[in-house]
Structures are given as C-alpha cells and as structure tokens.
Design a protein around this ligand. Structure first.
Ligand SMILES: C[S@@+](CC[C@H](N)C(=O)[O-])C[C@H]1O[C@@H](n2cnc3c(N)ncnc32)[C@H](O)[C@@H]1O
Length: 437
C-alpha cells in the first residue's frame, strides 16, 4: 500500500484508575480526565454506523427524547426526563411495563430507544436517591468479587445499574459485534445466548447490529431483579426481537450447560466469576456456539481476562474474527500495554451527578474478542490507538496480520489513503473498505 512503516513503540500510558480489582465501574470523578486521555472522535457517524441502514424494526421514540435531541442539535444528550428518574426503593412495587405509541423513523438508533425506555422505566426516582444507589453499587463492585450471591440484589440495584452502566455496556458490545459482523459479512446468527446478561445490554446490541434479522435471544443471569427489569425494558422497546427475548434465572459456574446456539455473548461478567468458573464458562461457550464474543472493561485486568479467553477459544478450534487480524499470539508484551478500544456514550444527568463534569458524553473503554467457526476474513490490520493527526500526516498504530504491531505514517503523498487515514478511528480496520461495513 506504499505506506511508510516503522517499528511500533508503546507510548507510556497514565494509569486509568480501574479500581483495585479492575472493577467494572470507573472511579467516580475520573471521567473528565479519562475523556481527555481518550480524545474525541471527530464525528458521530461512527457511532451510528451499524444502525443507520436497513432498519425494519418498529419501535417508538417518546416525546422527551425528541425534545432533548432538538434542544442539543447533533448531540447525544439524554432525554430531559432522565433528570427525574424512577424510584429505587419504590422498587418493591414494580411499575407496569410501559410502551410507546409514537412510531420511530427507520433510522432511530437503538441506543436512543434504550435511553428512552430507561428514562421512562426509572421515572420518579429522586436524583439523589439514584446517585446513592449508584455509589453503593460502585462500592460493591470495588469490593471482593466473585461473590457468593448476586451483587444486583434488588430492584434499586438493577435500576441504578441499568441507568448508570447499561448504555455503556450496550455501546461496547455493539462495537464488538459490529467488528464481528464485518469479518463474517454473510453470517447472521439465528440464535443467541447471553451469559450473565443482566438487564439485557447484549441483546439490545445484537438487535441493533443484525437489525434486519435479529436472532432469538436467551438471557441467563442469577439476579432475579436484573431479569425482571431487563424483561420490562425489552417489552417497552417495541422491537420485536427484543420483546421475544427469553429470560432465564440461572447460575453460571463450572457445571453450566447451554444448548447449542449460533452466538454466545459474555459481557462484563468474567470478573465476577472464579478463575475455574471463567475457564469452564468459556470452554462451554466454545463447545455450544459457532461464535463467541467476550467483552470486558478496557483495563489491564480486563485485557488479561480477554487474552485468557482468546487462548481458550483458539485452543477449542475457533478462529479470531476481531479485533485481531490473526489467530496467532497477541504481539503485545505482557505488562507493557493492553489492547482496548473506546465507544462513545451519552452521559445521563445521573452520570454527571455521580461523576461530576458537564460533558454530554464519555468514552467507554473496553477489551473484547470475537471468535468463530464460521469461515472468517479478519481485517488486514486494525487501528489500536487513537490516530495522531499532524500537519500533513497521520500516525496510525496498527496491529497487523503478518507484522505484529506497527506504526504507519500516512502523508499527503498517499493521496486518497491520506484522506482515509484522517477519517480513521481507533478500532477501525485498516486499510478501509475491508473488515468494516
Ligand atoms: C456487570 S454485570 C453485566 C451485565 C451485562 N452482561 C452487561 O453487559 O450489561 C454482571 C452480570 O453478571 C451476572 N452474574 C455474575 N455472576 C454470575 C453467576 N455466577 N451466575 C449468573 N450470573 C452472574 C450478574 O448478576 C450481573 O447481571
């Protein structure tokens, strides 16, 4: 491709404050700092890439969302109604499932529907109470995991979890699934099992990525309250494949057996399992599924769990579809760096209250692996850092099929490729036009 390459050198990273055990929740107060480190993608088109075309699902958008969108043109601001989110402890009497009657345009992003149904389901909770519930959960997640019983104990917990974390885990899983889909473009899963699915973030992501023919999903989780809220949110979405999701209370452990399925997702769960259960769950997923997608927080610990899962999936005969351009060993020297990506997420008023700052968005850092038995065409290379744009040139840190980690310098001399490089984003396949849709 005529791009100058030279050896890739890790750029020293500042600590990400992942919490003592690489907890799922970021540290309160760190968002602005984390955001600055991550930089800002130049457009929102990438966020919308997987949801713009061919949507057939009939869903609805509440008026509050319209208001918020028109008030902040082009932004991903939350619905104004999210300021007054629903009651955590009033949770003892679960609200009746809500539905929406207005129809949604064919291009409504699933993220917006999710935001709207979350806001509606949480309607009435005083913001202070919601923030307290989130802070309690953050503390629990920073504590000892795995636990003998669900961390998400009651409706208050799951309401807080869903409001605070579900939009972010949804975006992370959606990014991972979009990269998978690009690597196996002709493949559409007919069935999907989500292990430790909680309130259903991965089922929403699947419904978004295969929006024209979303598979039938089964969510397994041991937290009854999470299942109950997940079911409500899915029902309220009016998206047929989401409404048809099966919710099953089930403990994930080394004795777990799952029925054969096309796709298994395991998102933000491995950290809550013992090492033995983690290994068993990944092995069982590899046995039962044609494709397995594992997503973890984008921390050194999260990456370590992804590498462990990746090795096990390859050993079980699956091939890596994304993010790696190969199924050989990861070229990152252990301890020197960690492979992770970022997904843009609108910040709700609850986020701003708990974490401070005034930005309308933040970037969820995540690590992932997608492995499959389906014939796969991984990208030739993937952008593994935020591209650095300088005057007349773009520096791209790549993980490549044959040369491990490499930095390419793309200059104006490269013509059209230079333009593409200026548009390239962290996590994209490179060169463009392959391994992405
Ligand atoms: C951090 S949440 C992630 C939820 C969801 N996958 C997501 O991405 O938003 C972890 C989930 O795993 C579930 N979980 C943890 N350990 C479990 C176990 N041993 N059996 C079943 N579910 C478990 C929890 O109840 C919780 O819903």
């Amino acid at each position: 491709m005529g791009v100058r390459g030279r050896a890739w050198r890790p750029v020293p990273r500042l600590p990400l404050s992942p919490g003592p055990r690489g907890a799922t929740f970021p540290k309160p107060g760190s968002s602005l700092y984390a955001w600055r480190r991550a930089g800002i993608p130049r457009t929102r088109s990438r966020v919308l890439r997987t949801s713009a075309a061919g949507r057939t699902a009939q869903a609805a958008r509440p008026a509050s969302e319209e208001t918020a969108r028109s008030a902040v043109p082009g932004s991903w601001a939350c619905p104004a109604s999210e300021e007054g989110v629903g009651t955590a402890r009033a949770a003892a009497r679960p609200p009746a499932p809500r539905t929406y009657t207005r129809s949604v345009s064919a291009t409504t992003p699933t993220a917006d529907i999710l935001r709207a149904v979350l806001a509606a389901s949480l309607d009435g909770l005083p913001p202070r109470q919601a923030a307290q519930a989130v802070e309690r959960l953050i503390a629990n997640y920073r504590g000892q995991t795995p636990t003998a019983a669900p961390i998400l104990r009651d409706r208050g917990d799951v309401v807080a979890y869903a409001a605070y974390r579900m939009p972010a885990t949804f975006e992370a899983v959606r990014s991972a699934l979009a990269a998978l889909r690009a690597a196996v473009p002709g493949w559409v899963p007919g069935t999907h099992t989500d292990l430790g699915g909680g309130t259903g973030a991965a089922s929403w992501a699947v419904a978004d990525v295969w929006d024209e023919a979303a598979p039938s999903t089964t969510v397994l989780d041991w937290a009854e309250a999470a299942i109950a809220l997940g079911r409500e949110l899915a029902a309220a979405s009016q998206v047929p494949s989401l409404r048809d999701t099966h919710w099953q209370r089930s403990r994930i452990s080394s004795t777990l057996r799952i029925e054969s399925t096309d796709l298994v997702t395991v998102s933000y769960v491995l950290n809550e399992l013992t090492a033995a259960d983690r290994a068993a769950v990944v092995a069982e997923s590899a046995r039962a599924a044609r494709t397995v997608v594992v997503v973890e927080p984008g921390t050194p610990d999260g990456y370590a769990r992804i590498i462990e899962a990746r090795d096990a999936l390859i050993a079980a005969g699956l091939h890596i579809a994304a993010p790696c351009p190969h199924s050989a060993s990861c070229p990152i020297e252990r301890g020197s760096d960690w492979c992770h990506f970022a997904a843009r997420v609108s910040r709700s008023s609850l986020h701003r209250q708990v974490k401070g700052g005034s930005l309308p968005y933040e970037d969820e850092k995540f690590s992932y692996v997608a492995a499959t038995r389906v014939p796969v065409e991984p990208a030739t290379a993937r952008v593994v850092r935020k591209p650095q744009i300088r005057k007349g040139l773009v520096l791209l840190d790549l993980c490549t099929k044959d040369e491990g980690l490499r930095r390419d310098t793309v200059t104006k001399r490269h013509g059209a490729l230079y333009k593409e490089a200026r548009d390239a984003e962290w996590g994209d396949a490179w060169p463009p036009g392959q391994g992405q849709e």
